[in-house]
Design a protein around this ligand. Structure first.
Ligand code: SF4
Length: 868
């Protein structure tokens, strides 16, 4: 039972994982990112590695072909396009899910051999504004600090970052640090109140895009109260005066003067301050300015690059940082070198012995798909990502992909919204089967190691790309025989970056043997040939602009966001705790699907009341670019006038719950990152004629106008609804399966329009179906638990547990399967903290991801109990 040490494939925290041969997953106690912790997603990785829905062989036009035929076809069609239309007629759209070696080979092929920079990554959607802000301020995309800084700080400011759900283990480290040092202060700046808010001493619910105004106010306060570190600024910083002048321009943060005052005083008075920011800052049409507004305050005070202080960008994806390092963005060269710099280009071209080198930036993600729509791209290769869901104006992106004459997708999964559109599918080896490295948010390079046999004909991405490159005639440069050979070449190339003064130097890895690579421990870069490793940057200056100084960038706050009358809400989008991206991996886990298993729109009670919406109704969400229908969640945590929708649902799991089509393709002008949190929307009640719920042993076909399907521990379940009357329930029921045998037992009540039926085969319950004119009120977990069990049928039609069994309610703790009713009962019985709840219910005693929700449930319900 010796485990394999590998790295979690989900978020940018980059936790170390121990994968045991029997499928058990544990946190790696030796990994410096998590020291043994895992969140709910990491904990349930073992449920996601099976063969279901895998792409296991190359396919052309839906037919299985040999690898040889597939790679030749891809090489020929790309070569034809380049010959007939030039190198800029082809493009790669890649992913932060790729390993660094995959990214490196793709970037080398496109920039150095095809001769175009038309390679962009889905990281454009999550941290391009951080990259651009870093480059403007520091002269390079260098993250100055590390996770320990959050633990050592006296003040941690979280900006646009629901750390509790999006970077849960980093959040757990912060919680533990605050417990140890109760004087530590946490400020949470976010238009929404989130699971993260429970830890905050100060919750600042700013207006959408109010960040620049707030940090400009802070900069002015620092300047006016003598808090500027004059020595540091004089020695290491340019642009101070212009930045202060710009900051004095009035702005609108959406906070009260008292709130602003309290924040700027606290920040100014605390030397050890870390400002953590992520998508709430980056995903904006002024995202780069927001980043620089934050960096300006740290530069003005010299609070950077020393223990317990500095700005910190929390990256979304497992290898967003690795992609940045090897030049996976259309405007970057490998190893943090600049595409626009002729000396840098020559250095990389020489090192690669490449026939050419892209001479100008390529198309960034949104522009790339616009070029597809306009017919300028003749061949497109999408790697490990799902742009038909995740890009803004996703329906147009789907059309644009269909418009490209030749399209390829390399992926581990057979059916995705994107894969349904392409000509060639290439089976890529997924997590658990592939080998390589990833870099997390604190620059720590970790190994992903295989612990499962490769299924079907799947191959690692680097190998697929290299095989195509060889077929295109570049055998010498792409004849890699192992992944460690790729890594050594990348490490060797970093000497070039270092020779131009770049911080990214891993030349100490350039001579690793295969055994060294296999046993590589997590290591924070730089890794110099001289032996120096890790550390922080910029505490004593040493920035990467030609004069060695940082730049404070003058930024002005944008005008207050005013929604137009026809679309009166600001649409905020984001992640939920237990799903990941477009759910191709996480939705395979029945346990993860228990928590928020359906697409939803969250809105404030006042807005819901004005719209005539109740909890669990359905609502139509409309923007200028698309429409969706999803479940209503009413919460005081929502900001009035704003709505929130999760980013995860696709056509594979819900017919109408995608948020991508609703988001306008407006981008930050500097970074090209889409403003995924700033579209305007209208909300109207859906005129539903009937609602349904079904649980089944067999897959459920999404027939009704509203359908949301998920994997359960006993099979499948679905939430259904329609805006049309149904007069033949048995007929509808049969249409929900491709084939299901068994005896149907049903109950119809015409007076209230309800219908219930169950299918029993050989005494086993195969499915149960409940219909009502109102949102279906049955004990879902109970019904799901009975599927596949012996049953007489009629008992299940009650949809209730026996009178002596309490329904646990909606699941809050995915690991231990503890529901909200069980938790409420325990609170009513006297459990007043998370530990006490854990002792009596088990909730929160495994990975701990639900602890923020447990904390807020205790606080809400204790208040009610006191009031009573
Ligand atoms: Fe994986 Fe969770 Fe760690 Fe992120 S915090 S790397 S999702 S275990």
């Amino acid at each position: 039972m010796k485990p394999t040490k590998t790295t979690c494939p989900y978020c940018g925290v980059g936790c170390g994982v121990l994968a045991f041969p029997d499928g058990t997953i544990k946190g790696d106690p030796d990994h410096p990112a998590n020291f043994g912790r895992l969140c709910s997603k990491g904990t349930h990785l073992g449920e996601t590695t099976g063969p279901e829905r895998r792409l296991l062989a190359p396919m052309v036009a839906g037919n299985e072909v040999s690898w040889d035929r597939a790679t030749k076809l891809v090489a020929e069609r790309f070569s034809d396009a380049i010959r007939d239309h030039g190198p800029d007629s082809v493009a790669f759209y890649v992913s932060g899910q790729l390993l660094t070696e995959d990214y490196y080979v793709a970037n080398k092929l496109m920039k150095g051999f095809i001769g175009s920079a038309n390679i962009d990554t889905n990281s454009r959607l999550c941290m391009a504004s951080s990259v651009a802000g870093h480059k403007r301020a520091f002269g390079s995309d260098t993250v100055p600090g590390c996770y320990e800084d959050l633990e050592q700080a006296d003040l941690v400011v979280l900006v646009g970052s629901n750390l509790a759900w999006c970077h849960p283990v980093l959040f757990q480290r912060l919680v533990a640090a605050k417990k140890k040092r109760p004087n530590m202060r946490v400020v949470n700046i976010d238009p929404r109140t989130t699971a993260t808010s429970g830890l905050a001493d100060m919750q600042l619910s700013i207006a959408p895009d109010g960040d620049t105004a707030l940090f400009n106010a802070l900069l002015v306060h620092l300047a006016d109260t003598g808090r500027v570190n004059q020595d540091y600024v004089a020695a290491h910083v340019n642009g101070f005066d212009d930045a202060i002048t710009a900051a004095r321009t009035p702005g609108h943060s959406g906070l009260t003067p008292q709130e602003e005052e309290a924040f700027v005083r606290l920040w100014a008075a605390t030397e050890n301050v870390v400002t953590v920011y992520s998508q709430g800052v980056n995903q904006s049409d002024c995202g780069t300015d927001k980043v620089n507004a934050i960096l300006n305050c740290h530069l003005a005070t010299g609070r950077i690059g020393r223990a317990g202080m500095g700005p910190f960008s929390a990256t979304g994806q497992p290898n967003a940082m690795g992609g940045r390092e090897v030049g996976g963005l259309a405007n970057m060269l490998a190893n943090h070198l600049d595409l626009e710099n002729p000396e840098h280009r020559t250095a990389v071209q020489t090192a690669w012995n490449a026939p050419t080198m892209a001479g100008k930036p390529g198309l960034k993600a949104v522009d790339l798909f616009q070029a597809c729509a306009e017919g300028r791209i003749k061949a497109l290769w999408i790697m490990s990502t799902n742009p038909a869901v995740s890009l803004p104006e996703a329906d147009r992106v789907a059309e644009a992909i269909s418009n490209v004459p030749f399209t390829v997708s390399s992926d581990a999964i057979l059916k995705t919204d994107t894969n349904d559109l392409v000509d060639v599918l290439l089976p890529a080896a997924p997590w658990g089967e592939k080998s390589g490295t990833v870099t997390n948010s604190e620059r720590c390079i970790s190994r992903q190691r295989p612990f499962l046999s490769v299924q079907g004909q799947a191959r690692p991405d680097w190998k697929i790309i290299a095989d195509v490159a060889v077929q295109m005639g570049w055998g010498n440069a792409f004849s890699y025989t192992s992944v460690d050979e790729v890594f050594r070449e990348y490490a060797e190339l970093s000497k070039q970056g270092a020779s131009f003064g770049r911080a990214l130097d891993i030349s100490g890895f350039a001579n690793l043997t295969s055994v060294d690579y296999d046993t590589l421990s997590p290591t924070r870069w730089p890794v110099l040939a001289t032996g120096r490793r890790g550390g922080r940057f910029f505490g004593n200056g040493g920035f990467h602009h030609p004069d060695g100084k940082a730049r404070m960038v003058p930024v002005q706050a944008p005008k207050p966001v005013v929604a137009p009358a026809e679309f009166p809400f600001v649409l905020n989008t984001g992640r939920i705790r237990d799903q990941w991206h477009t759910m191709t991996r996480s939705a395979r886990s029945p346990r993860l699907n228990q928590h928020l298993g359906e697409p939803f729109v969250e809105l404030h009670p006042d807005d819901a009341r004005a719209l005539g919406l109740d909890h669990a109704d359905l609502a139509d969400i409309t923007t200028s670019t698309g429409q969706a229908t999803c479940r209503v969640r009413i919460s005081v945590d929502a900001r009035p006038g704003s709505i929130f929708m999760p980013m995860h649902w696709t056509l594979q799991h819900a017919k109408t719950g995608r948020v991508g089509p609703l988001v306008r393709a407006t981008c930050d002008p500097v970074s090209g990152q889409p403003a995924s949190k700033g579209s305007f929307a209208a909300v109207t009640p859906t005129r539903v004629k009937w609602y349904g719920f079904m649980a089944s042993l067999d897959p459920i076909v999404m027939q009704s106008a509203y359908s949301a399907v998920k994997r359960t521990q006993t099979g499948w379940s679905a939430e259904l609804a329609d805006t049309h009357e149904q007069d033949d329930w048995p007929d509808l029921f049969r249409s929900l399966f491709e084939d299901q045998a068994g005896e149907v037992m049903s109950l119809i009540d015409d007076r209230n329009g309800s219908y219930r039926c169950a299918v029993i085969e050989n005494g086993i319950l195969r499915s149960a179906f409940f219909v009502s004119t109102r949102p279906v009120d049955v004990a879902r977990n109970f019904v799901i638990s009975k599927i596949g069990s012996e049953s007489s049928g009629y008992r299940i039609l009650a949809g209730r547990r026996p009178a002596n069994e309490r329904d646990p309610g909606a699941i809050v703790c995915s690991c231990m399967g503890v529901g909200i009713n069980t938790i409420s009962d325990a609170i009513a019985a006297g459990a007043r903290d998370v530990e006490a709840l854990g002792s009596c219910t088990g909730a929160g005693t495994n990975c701990g991801s639900c602890k923020p929700e447990l904390t807020s449930l205790i606080s809400e319900q204790s208040e009610i109990l006191v009031a009573e």
